[in-house]
Design a protein around this ligand. Structure first.
Ligand code: BTN
Length: 252
């Protein structure tokens, strides 16, 4: 891609017209020992996957669908940071287009409160060692309408006034912005991506609910701490820090 100016990310680029899921293909390549930073992209996915076992439906040929293979030498406990690095990179790329993205902790990117991008990160690891991580990114770009069930919660760049964006260029820009954030993280400095996540935090000061050990809880979202955890302030004033997981807006 003429727009890519990274050293590692996307230098080995595998593009397919149709795949089951770019994450599945990327995991296969990772197991076979593909280079770090290998990127798989596809026009169309027949069984694109989302978080919590949901499906990611690819609509026409309107989305960036890419998966990145990474082998960070950090403890598996730090893997959630990878997803936040992805969200921060996407948000920066979208900001440079002139839209106003927000990051819904831990990893959805929203515009006008609607989801424009989702990330599915999968990891193969042992207790103290990551074999590889595959970070799958889906960005709704030139999608002009959504199925009824999701139209109130989903948006695309086309619907937000960015008509006919070049998807390859956007994908390259995300990788260009990701590389320095990822390198800093590997060197022990998470501030570059965390400062983006804090500045663009969508949940901050909102009432949220979530479940912990099957128990439904609600509180108000606070800041994102230096480990990327979301602070929650409960009605009695006590605080807790969420590591990852699903958070809903509104109380129970
Ligand atoms: C979510 O918000 O639930 C995550 C959606 C992730 C979708 C992307 S599209 C590219 C990659 N391949 C997949 O099968 N899923 C991710």
């Amino acid at each position: 891609s003429p727009w890519l100016n990274t050293v590692e990310l996307g230098r080995n680029l595998v593009h397919r017209h149709t795949v089951d899921s770019t994450n599945i293909l990327a995991k296969g390549l990772a197991r076979e020992g593909c280079p770090d930073g290998t990127v798989v992209t596809a026009e169309h996915q027949t069984s694109g996957r989302g978080r919590s076992g949901r499906r990611w439906t690819s609509i026409q040929e309107g989305a960036v669908q890419m998966s990145i293979v990474l082998r960070p030498h950090v403890s598996p406990a730090k893997a959630p940071s990878i997803t936040q690095i992805g969200a921060a990179s996407i948000a920066l790329a979208l900001e440079s287009l002139g839209v106003s993205p927000r990051i819904k902790w831990p990893n959805d990117v929203l515009i006008s409160g609607k989801k424009v991008c989702g990330i599915l990160t999968e990891m193969s690891c042992e207790l103290d060692h990551i074999h590889f991580i595959v970070m799958g990114i889906g960005i709704n770009v030139n999608v002009r309408s959504f199925p009824e069930e999701i139209s109130s919660v989903a948006t695309s760049l086309a619907l937000e006034g960015q008509d006919n964006l070049n998807r390859a260029r956007l994908a390259a820009d995300v990788l260009n912005r990701m590389e320095p954030l990822y390198r800093s993280f590997l060197q022990g400095d998470s501030e570059p991506f965390l400062s983006v996540c804090r500045r663009l935090s969508w949940l901050r000061d909102k009432s949220i609910s979530f479940s912990r050990n099957g128990e439904p809880l609600s509180g108000v979202a606070g800041d994102i701490d230096d480990q990327g955890r979301l602070e929650v302030i409960f009605p009695d004033g006590t605080r807790d820090y969420l590591l990852s997981g699903e958070v809903h807006i509104g109380s129970i």
